[in-house]
Design a protein around this ligand. Sequence first.
Ligand code: SAM
Length: 202
Amino acid sequence: MIWIGDVLVSQGEGGVYNERMLGGARVWDPYRSKLSALYFAGTGVELTPGMRVLYLGAANGTTVSHVADYVDVVYAVEFAPRPMQDLLEVCRRRRNIIPIMADAARPEQYAPLVEAVDLLYQDVAQPDQAAIVLRNCAFLKHGGTVILMLKTRSVDVRKEPAEVFHDTIDSLISAGLIVKELTWLSPFHADHAAIVCIKPEV
Ligand code: SAM
């Protein structure tokens, strides 16, 4: 990852969401992006130029645009029409983002469009976040990484965030993923945890 002092940046054309520029690079603010917060609060995963990424819950492309600055290609899945309009604007200026308007819970809808990926990133803030990740693991290479941004309050309002966190981890382990990192994203994002897993080699 590229740091200028203690500021995380990415190298690409600015002006995507009025982000600050520093030394010609785009400042990747941990308060605006959970993935950025993971690099501040925990370890995360090194993004490299050869990587292919499947990104679920692309929204208006804020985080997608930074990821695209680092990697080869980002398949960006979003099902809501309004953020998709903004995402398309971002795609116009970055050639390596493939926008896909689809429900991440139904990966069969976009299976013909997506190649095997090195990183599966999920930030959909839905009740069935673990199930959605597991369905999309079919696209992930063996040895590849999953980053799940878990919104612990929206998954089940009757459960404590810590309970949601542990139930989600249990589901991922039961499905054969190897958990590498568990990081709460406070103070940047309240009630959000990042879960980083590896899909084992065969
Ligand atoms: N990842 C974004 C970022 O950092 O810039 C923010 C994502 S926002 C918290 C969650 C997004 O997931 C929303 O735009 C929502 O429309 C989308 N979403 C929720 N459920 C989805 C689903 N099943 N399929 C596709 N997109 C979904």
